[in-house]
Design a protein around this ligand. Structure first.
Ligand code: GDD
Ligand code: MN
Length: 419
């Protein structure tokens, strides 16, 4: 039986993590001099570590989709980090059936983010993408991402937190960790992390020219943060997708990835990236004004409730009990108005009572965090700076209103749907 020779592996780039621009790329086949460099349109990186049981299905599904929309104009690059289950070898065997497939086996460097960048360094495409090798990122979303790029986006991100997005059946812990990491990102690097609703996404396409020549220096898993933080990204598009349950193998995410994520954010922030990005960030003033009006109505509700419950001429209940009930009534008042008016354009896509209840719970958590911040600031201004207590309280309320607005906005007033 004739055994076809195992196809050659791609060379592994070393040195700086810098993606060449198109002009620097020799065309894949000989071009008559003077002809424009004819590279291909799309290069999709598939980073793998012990994915031998998922890879063939993924390659088959992705190839059949891209053969329809980009016949002979795309390439798939498996970048494997010397998997113990020899994923790279399986990928090489698949090359005979999928000629657009190429394989890189890294034996000295490790890590998801650098795997993606090393793949992009040897890629030929004008558009560069990344998809997980374990079928948790639905391949059909690629078609929507490609459409978004064709419509002018520099970056098209598959997001779990926009219309049509969600996760299969993540436990509360993983969802809490994912959202917690996002919140942390908003605190450390608001103008980068705040540009997308799912900064943790590992599934996106980016125009080569937006990141070519930039010296990339990612850590851990979050390649998207690196692209957003160092690329020339003008227009961002997002496409909803449902993060699937893993069929085979297991996730390599550990606590280490979360630590690396925080260090990565701090590193990006320290490079003074914020100033360059600040100009580009538009503050949603209209929505903020609506949020402020709702907040004022909440202050009124709080005051009236406090009077009705605690004033000697009414029920004369204890101050703390009255304040807690008054604050709770004010929070519910604010939620109702924000859900219907301030963020009505977003909430109308999640009308079920189940989603509404989850949004109310999330709003409570944010308000309670805000209440804690309020008490801290009030004490700081009153006891620390000797400011009049009522002026101090108003100052604290103003700052906390900004905080509450910003967090509600960046958590996209949307609950992660579990399908
Ligand atoms: N080459 C290489 N090197 N590949 C890796 C490595 C590595 O060190 N670690 C993981 N991979 C590959 C896996 O084989 C898989 O194809 C993909 O990267 C994602 O790894 P998982 O371990 O399955 O991560 P996850 O499913 O928990 O999270 C993924 O999806 C999230 C949502 O998009 C990752 O992509 C996260 O970054 C992402 O936030
Ligand atoms: Mn996975």
């Amino acid at each position: 039986m004739k055994v076809s020779p195992i196809a050659a592996l791609l060379p592994v780039p070393t040195g700086a993590l810098q993606i060449p621009d198109l002009a620097a790329i020799a065309p894949p086949t000989y071009q008559p001099p003077g002809e424009p460099t004819s590279t291909i349109y799309f290069s999709l990186i598939i980073p793998t570590y012990n994915e031998s049981r998922n890879l063939e299905a993924l390659i088959q599904q992705v190839s059949s989709l891209l053969d329809q929309v980009l016949p002979n104009d795309y390439e798939l690059l498996v970048v494997d980090d010397d998997s113990p289950d020899r994923t790279w070898e399986l990928a090489q065997e698949l090359q005979h059936r999928y000629p657009q497939l190429q394989v890189m086996r890294r034996q000295t460097e490790q890590g998801l983010s650098t795997a993606v960048i090393r793949g992009w360094q040897v890629a030929q495409g004008q558009v560069l993408g990344v998809i997980d090798g374990d079928l948790q990122h639905p391949p059909e979303t690629l078609l929507h991402l490609l459409t978004a790029i064709r419509q002018g986006a520099d970056l098209a991100v598959a997001s779990r937190h926009v219309e049509g997005g969600g996760v299969s059946n993540w436990g509360l812990i993983r969802r809490f960790l994912s959202r917690g990491a996002q919140l942390l990102g908003l605190l450390i690097l608001p103008n980068v992390v705040g540009r997308v609703s799912d900064p943790m996404s590992g599934y996106f396409l980016v125009r080569r020219r937006a990141i070519a020549g930039q010296l990339l220096n990612p850590m851990g898993y979050k390649i998207l943060i690196e692209v957003l933080g160092r690329g020339e990204i003008q227009q961002v598009a997002e496409v909803g997708y449902v993060f699937q349950e893993r069929q085979e193998g297991k996730s390599k995410v550990t606590w280490r990835q979360y630590v690396e994520y925080i260090l990565h954010l701090l590193k990006l922030r320290s490079r003074g990236r914020i100033t360059r990005l600040r100009q580009r960030f538009q503050f949603p003033l209209g929505r903020f004004l609506r949020f402020g009006v709702v907040g004022l109505s909440g202050v009124l509700v709080d005051m009236v409730m406090l009077y009705l419950l605690s004033d000697p001429s009414t029920l004369a209940w204890g101050l703390t009990r009255s304040k807690l009930i008054a604050a709770e009534v004010a929070i519910i008042n604010n939620f109702i108005w924000n859900d219907r008016w301030t963020f009505g354009d977003i909430s109308r896509h999640q009308q079920s009572w189940h989603c509404r209840l989850k949004r109310l719970l999330k709003f409570h958590l944010i308000c309670l965090a805000g209440l804690g911040l309020n008490v801290l600031l009030l004490n700081l201004f009153f006891n620390g700076f000797g400011i009049n207590r009522y002026v101090a309280n108003l100052l604290a309320i103003a700052i906390v209103t900004l905080w509450n607005f910003w967090v509600n906005l960046k958590l996209s007033w949307r609950v992660t749907q579990v399908k």
